[in-house]
Design a protein around this ligand. Structure first.
Ligand code: DQA
Length: 149
């Protein structure tokens, strides 16, 4: 099983960026956390971060026939981008949306996610653990869809 994790703009500044909201751990801590989990679960993983919407769309398109599932934290593009969910729909790769913070209990403009319509599930407010929940959800989903073939 091969999963792609995509992180959007400003997530590379974790640890520096608004630590009261996003915590003190850095982006490389997040990468270590995901890689350690995936090694333990026997999941092949690639982790991609970009501050550019088009680069994220390109990465999703490029995932076709290469990845079984996508975990995506589109960051601010969650609330603005139609191109990102369009790309997820286009490649038809099962995806789970993650947010470190609870987007529903912050500013009203964060309550709407364009991405969620293209995802199996949205997990928000659990910090790094949200990525674990998303990866395990996708693993279970993919194992169950194999059984139904
Ligand atoms: C975020 C929430 C978004 O509203 C925000 O723009 C981000 C990070 C999160 O992980 O909590 O950049 O996606």
């Amino acid at each position: 099983m091969k999963l792609l994790v995509i992180n959007g703009p400003n997530l590379n500044l974790l640890g520096i960026r608004e630590p009261d909201i996003y915590g003190n751990r850095s982006y490389s801590d997040l990468v270590d956390y995901i890689e350690t989990l995936c090694a333990k679960e026997g999941i092949e993983i690639e982790i991609f971060q970009s501050n550019h919407e088009g680069a994220i769309v390109d990465k999703i398109q490029d995932a076709l026939n290469k990845f079984d599932g996508i975990v995506i934290n589109p960051a601010a593009y969650t609330h603005t981008s139609i191109a990102i969910p369009d790309a997820i729909h286009a490649v038809r790769i099962p995806a789970v949306e993650v947010h470190l913070s609870d987007i529903n209990s912050r500013e009203p403009f964060r309550r709407h996610s364009y991405t969620s319509a293209a995802c199996l599930k949205t997990i928000a407010g659990f910090g790094f653990d949200g990525y674990r929940i998303a990866i395990l959800h996708l693993k279970e989903h993919l194992n169950n869809s194999d059984k139904n073939l």
